[in-house]
Design a protein around this ligand. Sequence first.
Ligand SMILES: NC(=O)c1ccc[n+]([C@@H]2O[C@H](COP(=O)([O-])OP(=O)(O)OC[C@H]3O[C@@H](n4cnc5c(N)ncnc54)[C@H](O)[C@@H]3O)[C@@H](O)[C@H]2O)c1
Length: 535
Amino acid sequence: MPVFYNIPRSVFRAGLHINEKLVRISTMEQKTNAAERIIRRFGGQSALAALLGKRQSTIEHWARTGRVPAQWQVPLMSLGRQRGVILEAKDFVEPKPNPIQPAEGRLGILLVGLGAVASTFISGVEHARRGSGRPVGSLTQMGTIRLGKRTENRSPLIREFVPLANLDDIVFGAWDPFPDNAYEAAVKCGVLDRHKHIEPIADFLKSIEPMPAAFDQHYVKRLNGPNVKRGTKREQTEQIRADIRHFKSANECDRLVMAWCASTEIYIAEGPSHLTLESFETALDANDETIALSMLYAYAALMEGIPFANGAPNLTADIPALVKLATDQGVPICGKDFKTGQTLIKTVLAPMLKARMLGLNGWYSTNILGNRDGEVLDDPESFKTKEESKLGVLEDILQPQLYPELYGDVYHKVRINYYPPRGDDKEGWDNLDIFGWLGYPMQIKINFLCRDSILAAPLLLDVALFLDLAKRAGMKGIQEWLSFYFKSPQHAATVYPEQDVFIQQTKLKNTLRWMVGEDQITHLGREYYQDDQEE
Ligand SMILES: NC(=O)c1ccc[n+]([C@@H]2O[C@H](COP(=O)([O-])OP(=O)(O)OC[C@H]3O[C@@H](n4cnc5c(N)ncnc54)[C@H](O)[C@@H]3O)[C@@H](O)[C@H]2O)c1
């Protein structure tokens, strides 16, 4: 029995497709016109009438017609400036976001790698569909979004606000160099309780068998599996494209997304072969070493018009050639490296230090981890890729160039230690040497006993659903609004990445509001404190 949280009974009674109905409900709820939105920002109709010295019926007329007459637009902007309500010319025009295609039909989620993260993700989605588990940690399934002023009390569920694919409409595909099906992978990874969460859905998990992978031990030193493709890099790319098409038709999918949740590859720096599509394809045809296997999947996805996410720190689609290809193909992409344990904590604590102007001398992060990911990261070349991803975060947040006294000389160390007895149950320790008033030193210690894949699985779900939404909304290229999910967010070459998790969350929610033409939330809030306000 599938679960639908907080969905009105009438939706079921009407017998309509659930997404279709929800899109209509949310559209009805959120429909306000440009004039109404402006009036609301001044505290309502009578408040604005009083401020302008006009009759309320005039303001009512503006609300009814949806237009503020041209001669009133400049006076309103200057009144806004006086009262802390920032208005721009575009606020007087009805915004026209791209129409979002409905989430009709089946969504295929293609997973590169069928290991701990992927099998935990698939199992969790299946339990959520059957009502035997809750998708905790997933913003798309459990999160709400505030609309309008705080006094309006409008906070729909995100999945009722934007048309997301329904969990029931998802089908899974995967590639892996090991032939284990999702059941065997879940058992071997040891993340989930076998009795409670694997055996009850065993038949379903056994039905998901990995396709042969494009794999080469040169890029992941600690692994070697038999379920692999043969041929040149170009030939393997064509085989991946054929897999995609075959999966789509065999599973009757309407749309697909692809996510890399395979092992971390060795460190590869961006080089000449990554700069343009021509240089990329030339290198691909020449079997060049700088074209990692993950790039074959990304390139294949983009050529097939499929959104691509990178859950690991590999360079993959974060190169000018593939960013340009994504834009040219009208395909959204995002990455890199899911922000789960220690880095999540780091991107919460570092903004706190900066917000309070507390100094930092050093931050030492170490952890023990015993799963296959830990084994792969035990190889120095794969660790270097991960280390780069984890190290960049502090500098981006603390901006030592702006605050040299506080953050100009931070010693930042990140260690990952492979320790098999712990399996997926990672234990992380952080020690922060900070300083305050007059330079007096203090320390913060954190001991996080987390479960790596339990934290990563909901991120994978959200990223897949949001990428599919972005594609249906006509968004293409890098989706910086999905930075929220990543340790090394892909970003435009002209800006630094936004790493603060709360700024990332605001960016994500404002993007959703923008997509459906709702007001952005600036948190200015002056209108609540006007003496003569109405509402
Ligand atoms: N779990 C987390 O919290 C977390 C957070 C951020 C990033 N990650 C990253 O996500 C990735 C997956 O993590 P995991 O814990 O599931 O690891 P895992 O080792 O359990 O699974 C990875 C799977 O990828 C397969 N693989 C390797 N190369 C492949 C290729 N070329 N094509 C297809 N499959 C391939 C491996 O055989 C393995 O089964 C890792 O790169 C990890 O660093 C995990």
